[in-house]
Design a binder for this molecule. Structure first.
Ligand code: AMP
Length: 140
């Protein structure tokens, strides 16, 4: 995996507004916030995509995310927020180092979502379940 700007943030060669740091995780303010308090939470491990992340980093992210959401809520006074995690160009990923956005949602600021739901047919659901269970090794 190539070096990204977040390696420089982690190394301290690029400054950041640091919110939290432990052995596994760093959280800092997004430099181009969608709303005040927009926060990024990154593993220190260098991985481009979520599915590449080690169990240790995944566990550390899982431990810290809710705590950081609470901090963002208290600090900004918001009650609604999105947690966003993009993987791949088509999914709007710009920095290829795993990161979670915590984005406070205000009436006129935050993450704009275009949500176009389809319908899940029983046939599609069965096919997908079979493929997913095969992938997980949980098929009989
Ligand atoms: P994504 O589209 O999910 O890859 O989002 C990358 C995010 O990183 C964007 O919201 C950027 O504003 C943010 N970003 C990029 N460089 C920095 C930096 N040096 N400090 C803080 N945030 C950054």
């Amino acid at each position: 995996m190539h070096e990204t700007i977040f390696d420089e943030v982690l190394a301290g060669t690029i400054p950041c507004y640091r919110i939290y740091e432990d052995e596994w995780v760093l959280a800092f303010l997004d430099i181009n916030p969608l709303s005040p308090g927009h926060t990024l939470v990154i593993p220190k491990e260098r991985a481009a995509y979520l599915h590449e992340l080690s169990e240790e980093s995944s566990a550390a992210i899982g431990r810290t995310l809710p705590m950081l959401c609470r901090a963002v809520m208290e600090a900004t006074g918001i009650e609604d927020y999105n947690v966003l995690q993009n993987n791949g160009h088509a999914a709007h990923q710009a920095v290829f180092h795993v990161h979670f956005h915590i984005i406070p949602r205000l009436e006129d600021r935050g993450l704009d979502l275009e949500w176009s739901p389809g319908e899940l047919s029983p046939e599609d659901a069965e096919d997908l379940l079979a493929a997913l269970h095969r992938s997980l090794g949980t098929d009989d």
